[in-house]
Design a protein around this ligand. Sequence first.
Ligand code: NAD
Ligand code: GLY
Length: 355
Amino acid sequence: MRELAVALGERSYPIRIGRGALADVGALVAARSPRAVVVSNATVAALHLTALRASLDRAGVACDVVLIPDGEAHKSWETLNDLLTRLLELKADRSTPLVALGGGVVGDLAGFAAAVYQRGVPYLQVPTTLLAQVDSSVGGKTAVNHRLGKNMIGAFHQPMAVAIDTACLETLPPREVAAGLAEVIKYGAIRDAGFFEWLERNMKGLLAREDDALAHAIFESCRVKAEIVAADEREEGERAILNFGHTFGHAIETATGYGTWLHGEAVGAGMVLAARLSGRVCGLASGETERIEALVASAGLPVAPPKLALDRWLDLMGRDKKVDRGRLRFVLLERLGRAVVRADVAEGDLAAVLG
Ligand code: NAD
Ligand code: GLY
């Protein structure tokens, strides 16, 4: 088991990574409360709830389970309201932690419920997809989608711990593994050219789910994310670079209907667009743009976006959370491993990349 910390003063928390990390969740909860409410969905519960329950039992923690419907289309205000109703029916109180067992949809939604239920209760992230293990479970961004835009309603609310059990990835469908790799590639692109090179050499092993390769990729991803979150918890500056590819990606998800493109697939194609834009706007070398496209493709991710008119792109991206005083801002690369945020992108450059 390896451990990292997200250093946020009195709200600091551990990230435990390794095979069997699920077995530690009971002790993590018991340190805070003799009771918990597990939030999951039927797909994940059928595969991994027994192990979680056993861990809670061993630690003497009583638990209720609330299942939400599976899928991005259910990361909604309506599902949130149903979950809050169940928490009230169960008489969960302000000291009852929620345990989010699932992918990013369960994690983001349970985290948001924890942020607002009785003005805030503790929660733990137990991520079961690669995407959630390398990204959404760390950093305290919680949200639901709105019909008009991804993750538009939410809150910052840090978990009390993150337990990443790499064994959970054995049951993940291949398409979901590829989607998680998009966020892994992101960390190399924005922050660590050496890690990017490592990914180029090890993509086959990652797709084959070799233990050592996956454990390394998850650890390095969480290390980069924890560093950036500790430096800029509320995205007042540097944290925005974690959205490399996401301005285009979120537009793709909203335009095509939540769940049609997986989040990671949209981010994959979005990173290729962002790399091309970087070539035009801040001099990213064409060889590096090609390496990004090749790595995204080698992960089994789409590299071309759906066909949308430029006006539609601009409308969708105009609701991006990085828009500042009406100006679109893009995360671009000056070189592999060095990201910048630019608000001066000309419409002609966007048209050239999106056309
Ligand atoms: P997801 O939660 O929909 O999970 C993908 C699918 O895999 C689901 O059908 C799920 O039931 C299933 N599943 C989960 N674990 C499994 C397992 N071990 N075995 C078999 N099936 C399993 O999708 P995701 O890709 O995990 O998360 C995407 C969401 O994360 C998006 O809503 C995105 O906006 C959000 N996100 C949030 C942040 C953040 O910082 N909060 C960062 C990145 C992404
Ligand atoms: N996934 C972007 C962030 O956590 O800031």
